[in-house]
Design a protein around this ligand. Sequence first.
Ligand SMILES: [Zn+2]
Length: 537
Amino acid sequence: MPVKVELLRLGGTSAPANWKEKKSFRTAVYISASRWDQTVEDSSQLLSRQSELCRAFLREHREFKKVETYADRNSSRETNREWNRLLDDVECRKVDAVLVTSIAQIEASCGMACYHVGRFFYPAGIRFVAVEDGFDSYQDDLELYLKRYANRYASFLGAQRHERRFNRNKVTSVSVPYGYIYVAGGTPEIVIDEETAPFVKELFALALQHTTVTEMARHMTEIGAPTPAARRRALYGQKVSGSEYWKSSVVKTILKNPCYTGDYVTGRTKERFLDGVNHFENVPCEDWLVIKNHHEPLIDRETYEKSISIMDSRRFENHRDKASAQNPFRNMFVCGHCGSVMTCNRAGSKSGRAYARIRCDAIRFNKESRCEAYDVRMDETITKLRGELAAEICKANEAASLFPQMVGSAWYQETLSQLKARNSTAAAKILDRSLTKRERDDLYKELLRQKEKLQNFETAFSLDNPWVSLFTGIGDAATIEFDRQQVRAIFQKIEIYRNGEIKVHFVHEEWRAYIDVYLAKVGEKGGVDKWVDETEQ
Ligand SMILES: [Zn+2]
């Protein structure tokens, strides 16, 4: 019988375990006259709308018993006296739940709001409900919710920044492209850079003659044109990284820049905060901020548009790229001796029939490499690969059938209760407002670590185990048709040796390791014997 593990939410572990039986929650309702994710025009309307939404929610959900309403009626963001009072009451455990319309109305910024909800309410087991956002920490994923709001906040700030700069007609040196010079002063200006402007014109002329960007890059290096990075260093003394050689990507960036037609354009990319890292994503051209005819053009509009359409039409014409893009195992084969990625190409055999081969070419590109060039046949390798895959599928299926036995074992139960105990100890420490932000952050990190350990442990011995669910779902290894997506989903890398041996690294190896640990601990007894023997071979 499959064992389904309940996903760990706030209600599951770190919150009081009795949440499920809990009949009523003492609830604090918080409303405020400001929001950090939008410009508020009518604060009294905002307040009445909030209290209306909260009242409606309380009417429908009888388990929430309102204790008090906290209202910050001043729209200036600095005053949040009521919010602080609410925090005090939470610390003294006068309430078990906090009800708001949106997390965006808490505190003055996204960071602080997320901090209070994520690092204070959540670990301390305070139920947090945001009516308008449709969020309830009892059943929804808190991290996802906070991340989504962090994204929204970042793009809101970014858009505001852009607009402010744009409204003041302000041009920054960063956004002035190659071929122009930024002149600082009362009203910053963009003027033509006589030294590099001819190169820009030449690039566009070449583009109209259907020259490829690779050739253009080579040409620019040959005639000694300074690269954009080099020119920027020379002009503004900025520390700009970038090569002295032209790259095709640099050429592409120039050919695609609408600034050369005399328009000032910003907001072509948007910053987004994803998984703790800043990303830039492209904004569709109808949302760009444009000042038409802002400076002297280098290129007329017709030329610009023509070169764009030529570039777009050529994108998939490069045959070699196409062929290598079609090989589903591209970049997947790695030389077992020197670790470099092996190339796949066609070769003729002695009998005259062409066959695909996988080749270690390291010596050609890197003279230091001590790896002798060699190649193995693709078809033979794929056959071996199928064999390895079949074995893995077999193991995963057996693991799935053994789950009830594993979960029932004393070792599993003991480990689980240890992990649970550590998790709740970590959670208990957090509800103390005298903690500094730093201390709470450390505690929170510790809690997350414990939570993840527990979660992973439970997942590993269930059908949610990614390794098990992947390999039990693949089907027959002998007939599977590999496409690129599938290859990426199944294999991490495939090491190849001179004698034709292969060593396959499957994805989710870390999830398989849990089961290996179990087998090492308790595998001697009972029905798991067989499998242990197999894995040890
Ligand atoms: Zn090699």
